[in-house]
Every structure is written in C-alpha cells, then in structure tokens.
Design a protein around this ligand. Structure first.
Ligand code: FPP
Length: 236
C-alpha cells in the first residue's frame, strides 16, 4: 500500500463470483467458496495491517437459502470450519468479529461457532469485522422497525427520539456508515446489502472474481477511492 493514501473508515465487500471462478476451471461451484476462504484470510490480515477500522463482509444473504441444498450445506460447514480453524489470525491481529443477520433458520452448530468467535474477540480493538450472514437489508429494516416500535409501546422512547442517527445506531450492529463498497466479479448491483449504511458510500466494481481478489487488487481499490470526490450532497 502506498503511503499517504486515505483508508476508508468502513469498507463493505460483496464477495461475488466464487461459483463462476470454479466453473471456469471445470470445478464444482463449492470449490470456489473453498478457495475464497484463503483469499478472505489474506485480505483480512492485510486490512488489519493497513489500519482499516471496520469491514463488513457479505457472506450469505437471506436469499441464498434458495440455492441447492447441497451448496447451502457446504457453505454452512465451511462457515463452521472457517470460524473455528481459518480465523486463527484474529488473535494476533486483534480483530473483533461481529455478525449481522437473522439467527433463524441458521443451524445450531453455525450459531455456536459464531457466538464463540464473538465472545473470544469482544475485547479486540483493531479491525472490526462485521460478517453479514443470513443477512438482508430489507429484513434488517423490518427487524429494526419492530424493535423500535416495541420500545415505543413500552414507553422506553418518545417519537422525537427516532432520528436518522438513532435508526443507524439501532440496526443489527451500531457501526459507522459505509464509505466504500467493493463488489467483485463485475456485477453492478447492491443485492440487498446494507442499503441504509451505504447511502453515501463510493462504489467500486472490479472484474475479478472474489477468489482472485488479492492484496494488489485491494490496493487498486484504495487508489480508486482516493481519486473520488465525495460531496455528500453538497458542493466541493
Ligand atoms: C457469492 O458468489 C458468494 C457467496 C454466496 C458465498 C461467500 C462465501 C465465502 C466467501 C466463503 C467464506 C466466508 C466466510 C465468512 C468464512 P457466488 O456463489 O454467487 O458466485 P457466482 O455469482 O459466480 O455464482
């Protein structure tokens, strides 16, 4: 990474193209997901070294349950093994892991591995990794609205307390807004990923499939971010 570059405070990554990466090599789609774990591990270590403060990863959407059962089962087992074995770098790099998404209908073993990771890393102060698993932005807005209505009904909050900032803080996780969203594989969509948080983010769509998204590709993305002129609706 070149010196003097601004590192976005909160980066979102939509890890797309695992299936195509595998299919183009004559491999089953699941091998793309398997390979993506190695890519993700290197990337997280690199982001921690570069001083990235927050990174949200789109690991599994609420809609991904519509995939073939064998692929869903493969992914669930991959999450368990990754959280238990591959995420060995989090201790040394002081990474704090959070999850965003609905717990239902995730299998109990996945939930246990997630909860352990959150508990084991809760005091870490470097990179915060927010893993969006069984996540959908629409579901998040519905769940948050219900939670706030309940507080209002119980008299815990007044209508005047409900501000834009209040909603942002009471989504699945209290995180700063996204500054930069990267979606690999050349697809130009948000696909229900952190819509509320991404309202003023810059977007970047590299052509590479996620398993090939190396640290050099990450550097290119940061360089591109530094060439953007962020106006937040005003004039600069
Ligand atoms: C999208 O590619 C990718 C996913 C639905 C799964 C993402 C999972 C990983 C990167 C595995 C590791 C993650 C963690 C958190 C341990 P796709 O299958 O839609 O690719 P395609 O568009 O080419 O079909």
């Amino acid at each position: 990474m070149k010196d003097n570059l601004i590192i976005p405070n909160h980066i979102g990554i939509i890890m797309d193209g695992n299936g195509r990466w595998a299919q183009e090599r004559g491999l089953p789609r699941t091998m793309g997901h398997q390979h993506a774990v190695g890519t993700l591990k290197k990337l997280c270590i690199y982001m921690a070294d570069c001083g990235v403060k927050y990174c949200s990863l789109y690991a599994f959407s609420t809609e991904n349950f519509k995939r073939e059962l064998s692929e869903v089962e493969f992914l669930m087992n991959l999450f368990i093994s990754s959280f238990r074995k591959e995420f060995d770098f989090i201790k040394e790099k002081k990474v704090r892991v959070l999850f965003s998404g609905r717990r239902e209908p995730l299998p109990e073993k996945v939930l246990e591995a997630m909860d352990e990771l959150v508990e084991d890393t809760k005091d870490n102060k470097a990179l915060t990794l927010n893993i969006c698993l069984n996540y959908g932005s629409h579901a998040e807005i519905v769940d948050t609205t219900k939670k706030i209505c309940e507080w209002y009904r119980e008299g815990k909050i007044a209508l005047g307390d409900i501000t834009e900032d209040f909603i942002q803080k009471n989504l699945y996780q209290d995180l700063p807004p996204l500054d930069f969203v990267i979606r690999t594989s050349g697809e130009l969509r948000l696909s229900n990923f952190m819509m509320y948080q991404a309202s003023y983010a810059e977007f970047y769509f590299p052509k590479v499939y996620f398993p090939d998204f190396s640290c050099e590709e990450f550097d290119k993305a940061i360089l591109e971010f530094n060439n953007r002129n962020r106006r937040f609706g005003g004039v600069k």
